[in-house]
Design a protein around this ligand. Structure first.
Ligand code: NAD
Ligand code: LMR
Length: 330
């Protein structure tokens, strides 16, 4: 057996937590030889529910699950963790945009950023709680002791959604769809880049020649999928969000094969695609396979259509940054 991997999950008693924890414990993510220690981080009011979830985790008798602890403060919950999955925050309701949550949720990430600085050093931070790009920006600013590159926000769910829609339209298996980058914000301005994606090794635009569908229905379906799920279920996506979080962690753990990429929101270095430095922006990225390093793919060719859309999502992220400027440490 290897050294244990310590994972903190905030919002552990919530919907996403309920799906995520069992998959993290099962050995599917870190491997059958890697023991996993789970730190369930919750508000005091939800600690009892977290206890129930912990009982169920025990009852699964996962061979890789070595320890479960429950914490009602992030300082304790983040102590020595290798992964901090920041899920805990309020979800939006019907008719809301995700950035309507900034004022409710932003402060959570001030405290959690500071707690990470005190409690952890070699840690990957994945922000799921919405609005996830700007929440990741807040956490990263309040945690200057940890490299900014270790802070990411999740757009893998959007990539998965886009891949499925393209596969369905083309009548192929979803595994045929590759290199589908999501650019920008996890919001209704996100840009699902069909122009650089492939289906069975061919350009999407050669396989699906209905350009009006690609620019219209496909785009808006992906951009508004979260809202459609809320309208249908009365609650936001949960199992698919947990699945995407698992996919992001797996992508970071393995070296991305040459010529491929996946979507992840990371700090822009200001050197590509006219995205200002520091914004937490979803780019096509490649993992170096050491569990923490990755690079933004810098040579993707963008059409005027894509550049215009990327400009819109950049503008929205700059506006969100302005709203939270008092929560950012200079
Ligand atoms: P939920 O309401 O079911 O659970 C949230 C949990 O977080 C609750 O148990 C609550 O007690 C806990 N919590 C709140 N503040 C906390 C804090 N400061 N510390 C620790 N725990 C705290 O919500 P959910 O459906 O699990 O969704 C969680 C978040 O994830 C929402 O903001 C939602 O919008 C977001 N989300 C993001 C994506 C994405 O693709 N990035 C996808 C789905 C949902
Ligand atoms: C999603 O994309 O499903 C989540 O971000 C939840 C939401 O508010 O849309």
């Amino acid at each position: 057996m290897r050294e244990p991997v310590r994972v903190a999950i905030t919002g552990a008693a919530g919907q996403i937590g309920y799906s995520l924890l069992f998959r993290l414990a099962s050995g599917e993510v870190f491997g059958a030889d890697t023991p996993v220690e789970l730190n369930l981080v919750e508000l005091p009011a939800a600690a009892k529910v977290a206890e129930g979830t912990a009982m169920e985790l025990e009852d699964c008798a996962f061979k890789t699950l070595k320890k479960i602890t429950i914490h009602d403060t992030p300082e304790k919950g983040f102590e020595g963790v290798n992964w901090a999955l920041l899920v805990g925050s309020k979800p939006r309701g019907p008719g809301m945009e995700r950035n309507d949550l900034i004022r409710d949720n932003g402060h959570i990430f001030v405290g959690q950023g500071k707690a990470l600085a005190r409690a952890a050093s070699n840690v990957n931070v994945v922000v799921v709680g919405n609005p996830c790009n700007t929440n990741a920006l807040i956490a990263q600013h309040n945690c200057r002791d940890i490299a900014p590159t270790r802070f990411t926000a999740m757009t893998m769910l959007d990539e998965n959604r886009a891949k499925y829609q393209l596969a369905k339209k083309a009548g192929v298996d979803v595994r045929e769809v590759q290199n589908l980058a999501i650019w920008g914000n996890h919001s209704s301005t996100m840009v699902p880049d069909f122009e650089n994606a492939t289906i069975g090794g061919r350009r999407v635009t050669d396989v699906i020649t209905d350009r009006a569908w690609l620019e219209g229905e496909f785009f808006t379906t992906v951009q508004k999928r979260g809202a459609a799920i809320i309208a249908a279920r009365g609650k936001s996506s949960a199992a698919s969000a947990a699945g995407a979080c698992i996919d992001q962690i797996k992508n970071l753990l393995r070296k991305t094969p040459a010529g491929e990429w996946f979507s992840m929101a990371v700090a822009s270095d200001g050197n590509a695609y006219d995205v200002p430095a520091g914004l937490i922006f979803s780019f096509p990225v490649r993992s170096l396979g050491d569990g923490k390093g990755y690079e933004i793919v810098k040579d993707v060719k963008l059409s005027d259509f894509a550049k215009k859309k990327i400009g819109e999502t950049t503008k929205e992220l700059l506006e969100e940054r302005e709203v939270v400027k008092n929560m950012l440490v200079k």
